[in-house]
Design a protein around this ligand. Structure first.
Ligand SMILES: [Fe+2]
Ligand SMILES: [Fe+2]
Length: 393
């Protein structure tokens, strides 16, 4: 494998392209699970090296799952049926959000993300001096980047929700899944409209997010789709939406996020219900180990790669190295809070579905993530409670 030392001696352009791949390979071999490597490596190649998400329209992906029919229409999962009822009652119309509110992402009075989100002092110590206006613009770029990734994640969620509705064997789950498809459609609608009419800026999909979406959309196993989308991507998104909800001073976005968070809380709840018994009772040890390692790899990929290189390429490509930018982002106060809250939402769900065994715990310990293990899982916290908790903090 290419070491960091070899990388440092390569021409900068080649290094820039290779770095994410080398990092991904290092990550994917971190748990030494050949099956995980085999299932993730093609997605890694398509996302990180070929950058398929950035090659224009369309991106096509083959899907391979089996569609599960049941002509007896059983009431087989009361908790899912309950979620289905709640989802129907809580539907809302994206048109009813306060779209009339004027949003100026560079307005210092109502910033999308707080001024202290980035540590501009740290940037100055790397020799980069931004004017006041440039600082506000960079903040606005970072906000647009995050919201763009939310939107791309929502598109992935829309298609994944459709797939799992077909593939899952619970009939009550299929009914519930139909509501999630509508929810995700609405989320695509409102995030896109916000980016288009309020931020006037849309970033391309981040390569790492693409890898994860590519992997779960193409995997034929229904439970891997669930694990990837309903637990990992949505669990982390729920944390990210909550953080943004707390941080933003822009009232229109705050209202939008409040509505989306309540939907997402149901989605993650459904993911936990669908996987809990399956992972604990129906899988062989080696199958469960594979899911456990897969989830850990994805968690680390997401943690390490929340690095907004798309913003870097726009602003600092020839002024900072990728490593300097990565350090700047990792240490910034805003992203530090994002990481914490995201994992606070995710890790308890992994515990709940049985993917936090004694074998994998030391990995999470080393990654600094075990401190979240005792928190409330999605089955213990409704969307309303989550909002109340965010408002109180
Ligand atoms: Fe969503
Ligand atoms: Fe969702």
């Amino acid at each position: 494998m290419l070491s960091d030392k070899v990388l440092e001696n390569l021409p900068q352009e080649i290094r820039r392209r290779l770095e994410p791949y080398v990092e991904a390979v290092q990550l994917m071999t971190a748990t030494n699970n050949a099956k995980v490597l085999k299932s993730m490596a093609p997605s890694g190649l398509r996302g990180l090296i070929l950058q398929r998400g950035k090659q224009g329209v369309p991106t096509k992906m083959p899907s391979h799952h089996e569609v599960y029919f049941d002509w007896t229409y059983p009431n087989d999962q009361p908790e899912m049926r309950e979620l289905y009822t709640r989802a129907k009652e809580q539907q809302w119309n994206g048109e009813d959000l306060p779209w009339h509110i004027d949003v100026d992402p560079e307005n210092p009075e109502k910033p999308i993300i707080p001024r202290q989100f980035m540590d501009f002092e740290a940037l100055r110590s790397s020799g980069i001096r931004l004017t006041d206006l440039e600082e506000r613009r960079l903040n606005s770029s970072v906000a647009s980047w995050m919201l763009s990734q939310f939107l791309h994640g929502e598109q992935g969620a829309l298609f994944a929700a459709a797939q799992v509705t077909e593939a899952v064997q619970f009939f009550d789950g299929k009914l519930y899944g139909a509501t999630q498809v509508v929810d995700e459609g609405r989320h695509v609608e409102v995030f896109h409209r916000y980016l288009d009419t309020k931020m006037n800026k849309l970033y391309q999909i981040n390569d790492n997010l693409f890898v994860i979406i590519d992997a779960l959309i193409q995997d034929s196993r229904w439970d891997v789709k669930f694990l990837g989308m309903q637990i990992m991507v949505e669990g982390l998104a729920l944390g990210a939406f909550g953080t943004m909800y707390q941080m933003t001073n822009e009232p229109m976005l705050k209202q939008l996020l409040k509505m989306v968070i309540q939907d997402e809380a149901r989605h993650v709840h459904y993911g936990v219900l669908a996987l809990r018994d399956h992972f604990r009772q129906e899988l062989s040890d080696s199958e469960r180990r594979e899911r456990e390692d897969w989830a850990f790899e994805v968690a680390i990929l997401m943690r390490n790669r929340f690095l907004s290189f798309e913003v870097y390429e726009e602003w600092f490509e020839h002024k900072l190295t990728r490593k300097e930018w990565a350090r700047f982002v990792t240490d910034s106060p805003g992203f530090s809070i994002f990481r914490q809250v995201m994992f606070k939402r995710l890790v308890p769900n992994l515990r709940e579905i049985g993917l936090l065994s004694e074998r994998i715990k030391p990995h999470y310990e080393r990654a600094g993530l075990m401190k979240y293990a005792d928190g409330a899982s999605a089955t213990q916290l409704s969307g309303d409670q989550m909002i109340a908790e965010l408002d109180a903090a």
